[in-house]
Design a binder for this molecule. Sequence first.
Ligand SMILES: [Zn+2]
Ligand SMILES: [Zn+2]
Ligand SMILES: [Zn+2]
Ligand SMILES: [Zn+2]
Ligand SMILES: [Zn+2]
Length: 436
Amino acid sequence: MQTESSNLLNPLELLKNSGIPKHLLYQSRIEVDHLICPICLNILWKPIACGQDKCFQSFCEVCINKWIQDQAGDEVLQESLYSQSLIIAPDSGSGSQYSSQSSSFSEMPQQIQIETTLPNCPKCKRQFKKTSIPIIHNLLDSIQLSCIYEECPTKPGYEQFQKHILQCPFRRINCSGCGLQQLQNELEQHENQCEQVIIECPKCCNKMSRKLFSLHSIDDCVQQQFNNKDNRIAQLNKKIEELNQKNQQLEQKICKMLKGDSFDTIHQFSFKTMFTQNYQFTGTQAVEAKLIRPSFNLQKQKNDFLHFYINHKVKTQAIQGLIWRMRIQTLKGNLLIGICSTLCHYSIDFIINKLGELKRKEWNENKYKLLRKGNFTFSEGDTLTFQFMPLQQCLRITNENRHIVCRFEPTEIIEMGDSFFSFFSLENQGDSIIFI
Ligand SMILES: [Zn+2]
Ligand SMILES: [Zn+2]
Ligand SMILES: [Zn+2]
Ligand SMILES: [Zn+2]
Ligand SMILES: [Zn+2]
């Protein structure tokens, strides 16, 4: 290939796989035979020499590297063939013979390893140790070369050769539009005029040839801008769709986590908790739930919902709603109560405590806002009755002689959907309530 007409040489490919073609030597005051690579037979390019005494043969960097690689590859192949031949050795009749052979194999690898890791010099066949010989570099620096483009009068030195052929004004580069070869220093001017070069409309960002751009009307451009926007909207809608799906999956996952394991059922009620082990349940007739260790919910809020399940069906409930009772056994901290949709995407949370405070949780926040104070108190041993009345949109809580009404917004019941459950939560370790 290198011997073909010089104007077929590609400056980007030349020197990639071998040295400088010999016919490009223009002038040399010295015998050039010392400067020839024995592998590619061209003028040395970036020479590297064998460091063995009395060899010092130089090779092109690419040539010797390729040789080393090929030789290493061959030896890996030879080695694997060799070890295979040991395994299928013909007279391995008994197990003891086989093991004696494998022990002889274990004595040999040292030699093989040396050959594998340090390939031999192509000339002297001894280990190849890379070295650099300054005199070779000096000699190379003294030669003068011809440019690969015949018309070019420049005779670059060895050092400037590569740079020159890349920057030579006679270098031809294909126009990105029409594909015709242009002189390097005329390419820009040509491409600025060539009708087939692709350009981008600065307004609609559509790419087209310069010829089509001259026919690109304002109507076309505006139409294209609309199309672009439509495409963008479609892309965004698709993304929203994907995010919604992801969101739904995550909600379901959270819901599953929040619901926890079902571990007991009394009457029509069943209890579940996120961290079952935080509560201790005792009793057969009535269930006592006692918080036995402090716990944290997903928002790092100190608490753990004891889900008290009654799957309320709004549409099928009588006007009184659903009633359940609990006796306060020990209560030093707050008592959280609430209603949560089955999908856990919406909940109405209240706090009641012995100070007679009624607080309501702000939507999407971990803050409780005081609704009223003082007129509803209870103490340990008291029974509280909860009456959830979906038609009146409220939760009515009764102590021994008074009641309070926790109202919901009408939209909240709608937000809950058809199916939801009640939950209780104790806050203070050691507190306990009895469901009766
Ligand atoms: Zn070479
Ligand atoms: Zn050598
Ligand atoms: Zn040139
Ligand atoms: Zn062109
Ligand atoms: Zn346009």
